[in-house]
Design a protein around this ligand. Structure first.
Ligand SMILES: C[S@@+](CC[C@H](N)C(=O)[O-])C[C@H]1O[C@@H](n2cnc3c(N)ncnc32)[C@H](O)[C@@H]1O
Length: 305
């Protein structure tokens, strides 16, 4: 279905990149902006076919390819995406999700926004090769300053990326602005889990979250839990806000796949493989105990006030 990534995926990291990854991974307090991180990752993606970069939805999926596609299908289904819809998709990676949506849900048009130049460049080529360039427009730009007019779309999506945005709240305001009245917002997002009751486990949660936030360019303001997340949606003006926990169908499947699928494991950068080899001996509930994976949905009211 998707274009094979083998022609474009770099087989071995260049030494310079490996050194930059190692400095990022192993130097305390070393920070990299999301755009630089994904630029450095280049075409090292998770799937065999296509270039997805999400943890996948494993409710029925058996492989990482199926799971990544299932997650983006879940987002489109939650949005009720169909032929009447203009979609703004933020953080589209290499646009696999946009091509899948065009194939299966046939929205009228998709406008993608992404901050990582190499992803935008490659995604444009892939969309063109698939003959979809007239229906999928990809723009280099940020979720928090969308170069788009007010009320230009029916659906805003962000698959596994809103935790990066400076800030998620600013992005929600932009999403609200670009949506038409009655428009839908659907986000697959990573947030903080509710704190564990006992002190030791809570300290582990805090440590894990702070490592994640620091290494994966997550602003402090985005350390939301489910209830404050829903409150932010409402405060922005959205109605019917729902923040559903779907982590049980994400983290254990991803963790198991990393243990069982050596090709997937090998696609992680070396600086990630080294610590993760140790984590494979620990159960997913512990490894991902600091996180909730959520499907957040909301609607812009049909009329204001
Ligand atoms: C984990 S990847 C997910 C990619 C894709 N949605 C997928 O599921 O394969 C996060 C994506 O968010 C993008 N991103 C990060 N910060 C962004 C921002 N401020 N505005 C737009 N895109 C951003 C990155 O370039 C990257 O494509």
């Amino acid at each position: 279905m998707h274009h094979s990534a083998s022609a474009t995926r770099r087989p071995l990291p260049r030494l310079g990149d490996a050194a930059r990854f190692a400095a990022w991974a192993f130097t305390p307090f070393q920070h990299m902006a999301a755009r630089d991180l994904y630029g450095l990752l280049a075409t090292r993606a998770f799937t065999t076919d296509g270039l997805y970069l999400n943890l996948g939805y494993w409710k029925t999926a058996r492989t990482i390819d199926e799971a990544c596609a299932a997650l983006v299908a879940l987002v489109a289904e939650a949005a009720g995406m169909g032929p009447a819809d203009d979609v703004v998709d933020v953080g589209f990676g290499f646009a696999d999700q946009d091509m899948l949506w065009m194939d299966r849900f046939a929205p009228r048009h998709i406008t993608g926004l992404n901050v990582t130049p190499i992803q935008v460049r490659l995604a444009r080529q892939r969309v063109k090769r698939r003959g979809m360039a007239d229906r999928i427009t990809l723009i280099e730009g940020s979720a928090t300053a969308m170069p788009l007019p007010d009320a230009c779309c029916d659906i805003v999506t962000a698959v596994e990326c809103a935790f990066h945005f400076h800030t998620r709240e600013d992005f929600l305001a932009e999403a609200f602005r670009v949506l038409r009245p009655g428009g839908r917002l659907v986000l697959a997002d990573v947030i903080r889990a509710a704190p564990k009751p006992d002190g030791f486990r809570r300290r582990i949660q805090d440590f894990t979250w702070s490592q994640f936030a620091q290494k994966f360019s997550v602003p402090t303001a985005n350390a939301d839990q489910r209830v404050p997340y829903a409150a932010k949606l409402q405060a922005t003006g959205f109605e019917m806000a729902d923040v559903a926990a779907i982590g049980e169908h994400v983290f254990p499947g991803w963790h198991r796949a990393l243990g069982e699928d050596s090709a997937l494991f090998a696609r992680l950068p070396l600086a990630g493989r080294l610590p993760y080899r140790f984590l494979l001996n620990i159960d997913a509930r512990t490894v991902y105990g600091a996180f909730d994976y959520v499907l957040a949905t909301a609607r812009k009211p049909t009329r204001e006030g």
